[in-house]
Design a protein around this ligand. Structure first.
Ligand SMILES: [Zn+2]
Length: 416
């Protein structure tokens, strides 16, 4: 079917430079209701150069080489975030060149990488739209077009001498995204997975707001310098959990609708189950709580706690039919300078010299204080008290953030 269309298009179209003016009608690979990705006509509304894949949302760069190695003399002598970024970017790469066949005003990608690039851009656009329109982050705050290193050679030498593959990530030291080459991944490439790309985009927003756009946030770099780093472990878990919940939020605007299992088209059953937001039986246990409080950020797994947080939020939003309101409140809680109602950025500043102040109770309070609807607030209180095993008395009571109606749920066995 696809081949036929391209052959037909080849026969009909003359070679000409595609019109770069947004909106551009283009074919992308989009998830269908039967779980496969298929060509579909979409509009890129923010693109300014469809060949170089540049626009308001993102700018694709090919052929880059990024190498982080603590033994690298250039890395060791770097004194600033900028110098560090320069030290690890070994080759800056160049703009990509996408190839199209024009058929009845619609651009059809003419090679695999163009399909992948166009779909990646489209997915970033969906994530941008979500943060702009659903969570109300103004365009000005969404910042400059994000640099996306497409198929770079990316090596984290301290943990693995080989270049990384099969991943998509936001890498804060260079404030950029990376779409890495494939290796053994058997399912849909990550660039095609709108949920996965939105998850990564959510890390950029978290970095901008909670970490003030820092390349090496002190919440990780400084707090993580202690043998036990509960604050760093928690902030990373919040970042992962919120990213999953926002990614879910992005899927709600897609043709196939809200999908709490968006990982499943790209990952195996184990990971898909572990990150499925609709699983309601995830609970803090004594082992995880002990790890949170005693491990260093380098050893702590932020996804386990992140998934508990994500599914707790999902349950509350689902129960109240108020996902968008909750997603907006979450982003409002990232950074808030108003007096008496600190955001996570402000709470972490207070906790700068004592990371134990940035804990499950204080961060839950920050979130809850940014929810305006009383019923939604109560639902979130109940889910967090239950799934994170927070003693109700720490959040419910006079002068505390949870309404008196909140008592916590009964899904999780109490460990206190
Ligand atoms: Zn993540």
């Amino acid at each position: 079917m696809l081949r036929k269309a391209i052959v037909a298009a080849l026969a009909l179209s003359a070679a000409c430079a595609p019109d770069s003016q947004a909106p551009v009608k283009v074919q992308a690979l989009v998830l269908t209701s039967n779980g496969s990705y298929a060509p579909r006509e979409v509009e890129l509304t923010t693109i300014s150069d469809i060949v170089r894949m540049e626009g308001v949302v993102a700018k694709m760069i090919g052929g880059a080489r990024i190498r982080s190695d603590s033994q690298d003399p250039q890395v060791q002598s770097a004194q600033t975030e900028e110098a560090y970024a320069k030290a690890i970017i070994k080759a800056e790469g160049r703009g990509v060149t996408a190839n199209y066949i024009t058929h009845e005003d619609v651009l059809w990608p003419a090679d695999f990488h163009t399909w992948n690039l166009v779909t990646a851009y489209y997915n970033f656009e969906r994530a941008y739209d979500y943060f702009n329109k659903v969570t109300n982050v103004p365009s000005a705050d969404l910042g400059e077009p994000a640099t996306v290193y497409y198929f770079p050679e990316f090596t984290l030498v301290d943990s693995n001498p080989d270049a990384l593959k099969d991943n998509a990530l936001f890498f804060s030291p260079v404030q950029s995204f990376m779409v890495l080459p494939f290796d053994t991944l058997q399912k849909a490439p990550l660039a095609l997975n709108a949920g996965v790309m939105s998850h990564e985009y959510a890390h950029r927003i978290f970095n901008k707001k909670v970490y003030s756009g820092s390349a090496l946030p002190y919440q990780i770099a400084v707090w993580g310098g202690s043998p036990s780093s509960p604050g760093a472990n928690l902030v990373k878990s919040l970042d992962e959990g919120f990213a999953d919940y926002h990614a879910y939020g992005t899927t709600c605007a897609s043709a196939t609708g809200c999908n709490p299992r968006f990982f499943s088209t790209s990952f195996d059953d184990k990971l898909s189950n572990d990150r499925d937001l609709s699983k309601s039986d995830r609970c803090m246990d004594t082992l995880l709580r002990n790890d949170l409080n005693t491990l260093n950020v380098g050893a702590f797994d932020p996804y386990k706690l992140g998934s508990i947080i994500a599914s707790a939020l999902y349950q509350a939003g689902q129960e109240q039919g108020q996902h968008a309101q909750l997603q907006r409140a979450l982003v409002a809680a990232y950074s808030d300078e108003s007096s008496g109602n600190p955001g996570l950025a402000q709470l972490s500043r207070i906790a700068r010299d004592d990371q134990t102040i940035f804990n499950l109770v204080s961060t839950s309070a920050v979130l809850i204080n940014h929810i305006t609807d009383t019923q939604l607030k109560t639902a979130v209180c109940n889910e967090l008290i239950d799934h994170l095993q927070i003693p109700a008395g720490e959040l419910v009571g006079p002068g505390l953030p949870c309404p008196p109606a909140a008592q916590g749920g009964t899904t999780c066995p109490r460990i206190n």
